[in-house]
Design a protein around this ligand. Sequence first.
Ligand code: NAD
Length: 355
Amino acid sequence: MTFTYEALPMRVLFGAGNLRQLPVEAQRLGLRRLLVMSTPGQRVLAEHAATLLGDACAGLFTEARMHVPIETAEAARAAARDAGADGCLAIGGGSTTGLGKAIALTSGLPVISVPTTYAGSEMTPVWGLTENGRKRTGRDRTVLPRSVVYDPELTVGLPVDVSVTSGFNAIAHAVEALYAPDASPIVSLMAEEGVRSLATALPAIAADPLDLDARTDALRGAWLCGACLGATTMSLHHRLCHILGGTFDLPHGAVHTIVLPYVAAFNLPATPAAEQALRRVLATDDVPGHLARASAELGAPRSLAELGLTEGDFDEIIAQVQAQPYANPQSVAPEVLRALLTEALKGTLASGVGK
Ligand code: NAD
C-alpha cells in the first residue's frame, strides 16, 4: 500500500454553546476588526455574533448568496476594505463560508468559520466563484479558514429539508473521497465515519429537528466529510453538480442529493474497495438504491426534473463536463453521461418510494 496524506493546518472547536467562545478565538488569532458575514436569512444570528464580538466587530455584510456570484464577492471585498477589516467571520452555510473565502482569495484576510449547515466548506481550501453563468473553483491554502467553531445549537433551527440535502452533500464528499485518486486509509476512515454519522442522524433530525444529540452527530459527520473533501480530489459527481449549480442556478444541496446515487451506480462497480466500505456503513448491498430511497424518504427532491432541468439542457452540461479533464475512476463517454443524466432527470432510483 502506498499513499500520500497531507494534513491541513486548521483549528477546530466543537461543542454545544461554542458560539460564546468567539471573542476569545478572535483574540487568540490577534483579530480586532472582523467583518461579520451571513446570508440575509441569518442576519439576526450575524447581529448576535457581532454583539458577542463587541469592539472586535468592524462591520456586517449580510448579502451572502449561493454559488458566490462575482458581484456579491466584489461587494463583500469592498465592505471589508471600507471597514478596515483584519479578518472575516463567516457564520452560516457553505454560501457564507464561500464568501469569506472569496475575500481571503484576493486580500489574504484570515477567515473564522462558524458553520450552520452540513455542506463542509469550512474544512477545505476550495473556493468557488460564479461569473457569466460559469462556476469556477480552485484550491488555495489562503482561503482555508484559520479556525472553525462548530456549535450544534446553531443547527437546531436548520429546516429539515436543508438539513437533509446539505447532509447528502456531505455524504457525497465522502463517497468521492473513497475512490479519489489521492485516497488514503486515513481519509477512508473519516469518510466511513462521516457517512455513518449522517446516515444515522438525518432520520432522527427529520423526526425531531430539536434533537441536539442527532444535531451533534450530524455536525460531527459533516466535519469529517468536509475534511475528506479538503484532503482529496473530487470526481464526476462534483464536476456535474458544479455545472448544474453554476450554470443552471440549481440549489447546491438538492442537486448533490439527486445526482449522487446515479454517479455512484456508475462509479462504484469500478471501485470495489469504496463500494465495500459504503455497503458496510450503510448496511446494504445496493448502495445507489439505498442513497436514493433514504433521501426520498426524508422528503428530499428525487429528480432533476423537479428542480426544473430538461433534456434540452443536456448538451450544455455534457459539453462543460468534457471541456476540461477531471478525475474519475473510469472514463465517461458522452453517451454514458447522457444516460446518467436521463436517469437523474426522472429520478428512477427513488421511484418506488411513496410521497
Ligand atoms: P447555504 O449556505 O446557501 O444555506 C442554505 C440556506 O439555509 C440559506 O438560506 C441560509 O441562510 C439557511 N441557513 C443556513 N444555516 C441555517 C440555520 N442553522 N438555521 C436556519 N437557516 C439556515 O447552503 P449550503 O448547502 O450550506 O452551501 C451551499 C454552497 O456552499 C454552494 O455555493 C456550494 O458550492 C458551497 N460549498 C462549497 C464547498 C467548498 O469546499 N468550497 C463545500 C460545500 C459547499
